[in-house]
Design a protein around this ligand. Structure first.
Ligand code: ADP
Ligand code: ZN
Ligand code: ZN
Length: 723
């Protein structure tokens, strides 16, 4: 009897492929194999090995196994199988997502042999030709490196192997030994000393000995959640086990990793999108080998092949970056909790502004709620004040009282932070004669004016055009920027406060590698300055000398049709407010608004987050929204809105949904046209997860059977965070 295996391929296909197993080969699920596919040979992953062979079909044979062990260990394999069903995403793509790019491509699962280079001592070797600018640049770059650099990192820095070879031929550089293998050195004996409030919280955190247990750590901004995590791991994580610490964006908060390193040294592994393929493979292999790492990583670290996971921590668990926005639309936070369950180990979700989902779970008794409501260094929380700007003259978006407050702060030798919701100079260019507003030709959105390079940009599709100095509709020169962006706020502040540095922090100013580090260093030197920036400034930074936060305009999220908008607004405002008064001096927050009577904003100033969250939850319950019902969206996009709507209408009519399933739509998406694609959606809500899941898999089957058209695309988003 020939043995057969079922193989997953890295293809967007909701099916697996049967192959015959050669006689001399033993295989187990999670192993990589090479299989013939059409005229190609592809890398596949074994899903199971005891499939009965299909009748009457001559199967092709697996060529070989790429290694004799499963690249996906049992628990990771189970996790991805579950996720594929839960998120209705093809299993092949889910499994391959969990491999580093090199392994997806079929490369060997071992570190590449690297050569390392260092500059030769001064005076050695031949002179470089005057026109060999790149060779000179490479030499200078190598001289700046603290340790010998690998060929991979030299190429990542933009140099070529032929430039490297020229320098080597002229003996200006020489090969070097690889820097010592970063094994698990002895951990420093340090453990943070906790404040009494932190100690009380630490007592309640679930330990690996307790098995699976999820805790929601509600720790106000500045309460020292990082210290608590470190203390917990130091005290309870066995020396031979692994831990996963998810963080929203490592590049933005290098301090967090630095603090973990201080206490755990080389036991810290780091995983994020800025790693190159070789670095990814190296970290992935360390995790797979079972090294007792504490892996600090972003979303996709939840998919790493841990073999002895004993603690899961998700910092800033409310953060939207945990949800993957396209393809396999998983939530890193939710997968991390599911992993903890599979591994029977604790999961700790921390936030000063917990998501309503997690808070609801805590209220239902599914999560243990732990409160840490005191700041570590300065026990008074920042005070929040609304500044109604309806009848006040504004200078570059800033009211007189806000400017005065900034002045006093700087004169006291302290720092001020100004929060603007939009990068660029101004969110709109408008003609003051005919009312023309410049829109993106490819989306239903307006173009943002960026003054730095005099460009108009679409923040949704990256369309870009040169800025105009007159109205394209009536030729009037009265064509001007309207509203506030970070560049404009930076200008106004620099003019108003010429004696103080203004530091802008947004995606444009931090694009270059390492630039955020420079900015943070400047701010942390403590000299009086003004920080101006977007959401980026709200993300977990610890700026000890910031005592004043000014929010230029809080009104964006007040009247949105998105049911999540109030939650997001509260989270952003509280997070950005939380940057004020973190060290000894008290913090003050001024929130400019045209709606100082709005109930939500008033509550923000009077209550703690959980009181507001209770109210927001009550509204969600009344409206029948998540977390009280489970939600999924079927999205369609096509060249015309009619095609998108027709597809959704047809499947809705053809499907037989149970009566307990609520179906809304089809309706055009909030931004109906994006990058010239017309988008529509069907929304599903159900009390029962299983009901929702069944309906979705029925839909998938129906949609798969339709003749696929590359111009008409559909996708399913389970637990969507954007509607
Ligand atoms: P959170 O992430 O909860 O907002 P952080 O972890 O950034 O707070 O901590 C806020 C500040 O308090 C940091 O400067 C941190 O070093 C300091 N801090 C935290 N815990 C302690 C402690 N036990 N003793 C002294 N300083 C602490
Ligand atoms: Zn005009
Ligand atoms: Zn656009």
């Amino acid at each position: 009897m020939p043995r057969t295996a079922r193989i997953a391929l890295n293809r967007p296909l909701r099916r697996l492929f049967d192959y015959r197993i050669p006689e001399d080969l033993t295989l187990e699920p999670g192993q990589r194999v090479r299989v013939p596919f059409g005229h190609q040979t592809l890398t596949g992953l074994v899903v199971d090995t005891d499939t009965p062979p299909p009748d009457g079909i001559e199967l092709r044979s697996i060529e070989r196994a790429l290694e004799p062990w499963p690249v996906l260990p049992t628990e990771t394999f189970h996790l991805l199988n579950w996720a594929s069903r839960y998120y209705q995403h093809p299993l092949g793509e889910c499994l391959f997502m969990a491999l580093p790019p090199a392994l997806r491509r079929g490369q060997p699962a071992k570190e590449k042999h690297e050569s390392y280079w260092q500059p030769a001592p001064d005076g050695e070797g031949q002179a470089l030709p005057a026109n060999a600018h790149r060779q000179q640049a490479l030499l200078a770059w190598l001289q700046e490196q603290p340790a010998p650099a690998s060929t991979t990192s030299i190429r990542a820095a933009g140099f070529t192997t032929s430039q490297l070879k020229s320098l080597a031929d002229k003996q200006r550089i020489r090969p070097a030994a690889a820097p010592a293998f970063a094994g698990i050195a002895d951990e420093p004996e340090l453990t943070p000393t906790l404040t009494p409030a932190q100690s009380a919280a630490a007592e309640q955190l679930p330990t690996p000995a307790e098995g699976f247990n999820t805790a929601l750590l509600y720790g106000v901004t500045g309460s020292g959640k990082t210290e608590l995590y470190i203390h917990h791991l130091k005290t309870h994580l066995p020396k031979d086990r692994q831990a996963l610490v998810l963080v929203p964006e490592i590049n933005l908060t290098p301090q967090t990793v630095a603090r973990f390193r201080q206490y755990f040294g080389d036991r810290i592994g780091v995983w994020h999108s800025a790693l190159n393929d070789a670095e990814r493979l190296a970290v992935w292999l360390r995790v797979r080998r079972g090294e007792p790492l504490i892996l600090v990583g972003t979303r996709s670290a939840a998919l790493l092949p841990f073999t002895s996971l004993a603690t899961v921590i998700v910092d800033e668990e409310h953060d939207g970056s945990y949800k993957q926005g396209d393809g396999f639309r998983y939530s890193g936070r939710d997968l991390a909790v599911y992993r903890a369950r599979l591994n029977r180990c604790p999961a700790i979700l921390g936030s000063a502004t917990p998501s309503l989902e997690s808070y609801h779970n805590a209220k239902q008794g599914r999560y243990r709620l732990i409160r840490l409501e005191q700041r570590a260094q300065n026990t008074t929380p920042p005070s929040l004040h609304l500044l109604d700007i309806r009848s006040r003259p504004l200078e570059g978006g800033l009211s007189r009282p806000a400017i005065q407050a900034i002045r006093r702060t700087l004169e006291n030798g302290e720092q001020a932070l100004v929060f603007v919701n939009r990068r660029g100079y101004a969110p709109v260019m408008m003609c003051f004669d005919c009312g023309y507003v410049e829109e993106c030709p490819r989306c239903d959105t307006r173009l943002t004016y960026h003054r730095q390079d005099r460009a108009m940009r679409c923040h949704h599709c990256n369309y870009q055009a040169a800025a105009r100095d007159h109205c394209p509709s009536c030729q009037s020169e009265n064509f001007k920027p309207v509203g506030q962006g970070t560049e404009r706020a930076e200008d106004t502040l620099a003019e108003t406060f010429p004696d103080y540095p203004v530091v802008r922090v947004d995606r444009d100013s931090t694009q270059r590698k390492g630039s955020i580090q420079g900015i943070l260093q400047r701010v942390n030197s403590g000299h009086p300055c003004i920080l101006v920036g977007t959401q980026m400034l709200a993300k977990g930074h610890d700026f000890p000398n910031v005592t004043l936060v000014v929010v230029i305009n809080a009104d964006g999220g007040l009247f949105s049709t998105d049911f999540r908008a109030p939650e997001r607004l509260m989270q952003t405002l509280l997070q950005v407010s939380g940057r004020a008064g973190r060290a000894q001096k008290p913090g003050r927050v001024l929130i400019q608004t045209c709606h100082s009577d709005a109930a939500l904003l008033q509550q923000l100033c009077q209550h703690d987050y959980l009181t507001i969250a209770d109210q927001l939850l009550a509204e969600r319950q009344t409206g029948g929204f998540p977390p009280f019902r489970h939600m999924a969206i079927l999205r369609a996009e096509a060249d015309t809105m009619e095609q998108s709507l027709t597809l959704l209408n047809t499947v809705k009519a053809d499907a037989s949904f149970p009566s307990e399933l609520t179906v809304w739509g089809p309706l055009p998406a909030l931004i109906a046209r994006k990058a010239d694609r017309h988008r529509a959606q069907l929304v599903f809500l159900s009390d029962r997860r299983s009901c929702l899941n069944q309906a979705l898999s029925q839909l998938c089957t129906m949609l798969e059977l339709r003749k696929p058209s590359t111009r008409l695309r559909w996708s399913i988003d389970v637990d969507p965070i954007e509607t």
